[in-house]
Design a protein around this ligand. Structure first.
Ligand SMILES: *[C@@H]1O[C@H](CO)[C@@H](O)[C@H](O)[C@H]1NC(C)=O
Length: 400
């Protein structure tokens, strides 16, 4: 967190100098970008590299590490990143000095690093009673929280920023587990911790509902709008009311059912064609969905599964980021960033003015979603009509 002793002027000065601002999850932002790392869903040896590779990217600000997929018996699994770890003797916990180093690097770059608990391979089904659930929470807090002297810590002296629950099958006694973790996090005032969950879009979520149903205070949830009838593929463009795509239902959950009524709801999407069974939409059709979601005050940004898929899908993150920080829908020319003003967006601060060059009708130029500006870019800054060049980050402007 940024020291509150900084004056506004010196704060602004720091931001002007720093290429990446200190900005992790923000409860007041509707442009958070969370991308899961750890499972190498794309599946190539080269498609998931070390965590720090991704933290210099100013277009994302939350990285849940996937997964802790055993709790009673703690089990860590980070796919090929586990090859850079060793096993603690007599446990199923990995000792990962590289991830330890990278968590600190990422946090110094303003990223919020969550540990995601569960995943599709979590098979414990929760806990037999609340006492064992609470004891397991104490152990998990020891393994990943601020007590760096605890034994067998997978990330050594690095302290994560919170926990994410990604349960995909029914569980028992998760409420006492989550409640204990929440109280441990809240009792440590040395830094701010977050609790998130990743329910699937059918409401109520089978696996997480006992926690979501008013029992546990979450800071944000990342709803998986894929692999289900209620996913983003069901969005009907231009329709104020939606039949199957159910972001509105989750907005109502946030305001009426959630224990924390200021909870943020992130739109969870697949980051590439093969990242989910259904629900992948390219930027041209995802952008209107994002614009639709912005009408809901609970909307907190976008979650993507997962980093490996995203980095094999050039332009996708830029497109999502542009849709989040600009006010207009794809094809419109409006932007929330007036020339010369500063906008704080996930992980970055924009300090340069937005270019709004439009080609005269009939002339050639950069096509929709093509690059038209950014540091180091030397190509055309003129967009084909009717698109305008919209700044996504200091590195990227595109025709929208
Ligand atoms: C494993 O370590 C090597 C050497 O530092 C690094 O280049 C690579 O990205 C790491 N792999 C993963 C998946 O973290």
């Amino acid at each position: 967190m940024i020291s509150s002793s900084l004056t506004l002027a010196s704060f602004a000065g720091v931001l002007a100098l720093a290429p990446t601002a200190l900005a992790g999850f923000s409860a007041s932002s509707s442009s958070n970008v969370a991308v899961y790392w750890g499972q190498n869903s794309y599946g190539q040896a080269s498609s998931q590299t070390r965590l720090s590779t991704y933290c210099s990217n100013s277009e994302l600000n939350i990285i849940p590490l996937a997964f802790l997929n055993g709790i009673k018996t703690p089990i860590t699994n980070f796919a090929n990143a586990g090859d850079n770890c060793t096993l603690y003797a007599g446990t199923q916990l990995l000792d990962c000095p590289q991830i330890e180093e990278d968590i600190k690097t990422c946090q110094s770059q303003g990223k919020t690093i969550m540990l995601s608990v569960g995943g599709a391979t979590y098979t414990e089904g929760g806990f037999s009673d609340s006492t064992s659930a609470s004891a397991a929470a104490d152990n998990i807090w020891g393994l990943f929280g601020p007590n760096t002297a605890y034994a067998n810590r997978p990330f050594g002296s690095a302290v994560i920023d919170g926990f994410d629950f990604d349960f995909e099958s029914t569980t028992s006694n998760m409420v006492p587990f989550a409640t204990e973790l929440r109280s441990l996090m809240d009792a440590d005032t040395s830094k701010q911790y977050f609790l998130s969950a990743a329910p699937q879009c059918p409401y109520p979520d089978a696996a997480d509902n006992d926690m979501l149903n008013g029992a546990v205070a979450f800071d944000f949830i990342m709803v998986q709008f894929y692999n289900n009838y209620c996913g983003i593929q069901s969005y009907t463009a231009g329709s104020a009311t939606q039949n199957n795509f159910n972001f509105a239902t989750w907005d109502t959950w946030a305001k009426q059912t959630s224990k924390n009524t200021a909870v943020k709801v992130l739109l969870g999407v697949p980051a590439n064609t093969g990242a989910a069974g259904t629900g992948y939409e390219p930027i041209s059709t995802l952008t209107p969905v994002i614009q639709y979601c912005k009408q809901f005050s609970s909307f907190g940004g976008v979650m993507m599964w997962d980093m490996s898929q995203l980095y094999e899908n050039p332009g996708f993150l830029d497109g999502v980021y542009a849709a989040l920080i600009t006010g207009g829908s794809g094809g419109g020319g409006t932007t929330t960033t007036a020339p010369g003003t500063t906008t704080t967006a996930p992980g970055t601060t924009l300090t340069t003015s937005t270019k709004t060059t439009t080609a005269a009708p009939g002339t050639t130029g950069v096509a929709q979603w093509g690059q038209c500006g950014g540091t180091g870019y030397t190509g055309s800054t003129v967009c084909q009509a009717p698109y305008t060049c919209v700044m996504g980050s200091v590195w990227w402007s595109s025709c929208q």
